[in-house]
Design a protein. Structure first.
Length: 149
């Protein structure tokens, strides 16, 4: 294969790996390969032979993988220490501020801490004003809650 072709192959591979990493948010699995392909692209544009391009790809990918894996493991096992994002509400308690309707499919509203969320009961039954609830999960902009006593 001509050296000119390898330049574009590496550039395309780098783009695919980076876009794949964006789609797999938080895994840091494809990003090292994207960095390796970007390094191979640079080497290819200098006019080096394919063997040097592959060497750059393997070495940079391995180094980036070794650098990112510990961080990815810490992020996966550490949970959410800062308490950001909607997932922080799971397990929190609150109370119903507006009732939900079973017949019209209207969502109720719950107050959890200082935030109001559209909500529905995990068993599908209507929510009544003042009722204490616990957040089971967040689905988009809606909290799924369970009644507590």
């Amino acid at each position: 294969m001509e050296p000119e072709v390898w330049r574009w192959i590496w550039l395309g591979a780098a783009a695919i790996f980076v876009v794949g990493e964006i789609a797999l948010t938080g895994s840091f699995f494809l990003l090292p390969f994207g960095a390796g392909a970007a390094a191979a692209t640079v080497v290819a544009f200098t006019g080096a032979e394919a063997a040097w391009q592959w060497l750059a790809f393997v070495v940079v990918s391995a180094a980036a993988f070794a650098a990112l894996r510990p961080m990815a493991r810490r992020m996966a096992s550490g949970g959410n220490p800062v308490g950001v994002g909607a997932g922080r509400l799971v397990g929190e308690t609150g109370h119903v501020t507006s009732a939900s309707g079973m017949s019209d499919g209207r969502l109720g509203t719950v107050r959890v801490g200082r935030e109001d969320w559209h909500a529905e009961a995990d068993d599908g039954s209507p929510l009544e004003v003042g009722q204490p609830v616990e957040v089971v999960r967040i689905e988009g902009t809606r909290a799924v809650v369970r009644r507590t006593t």
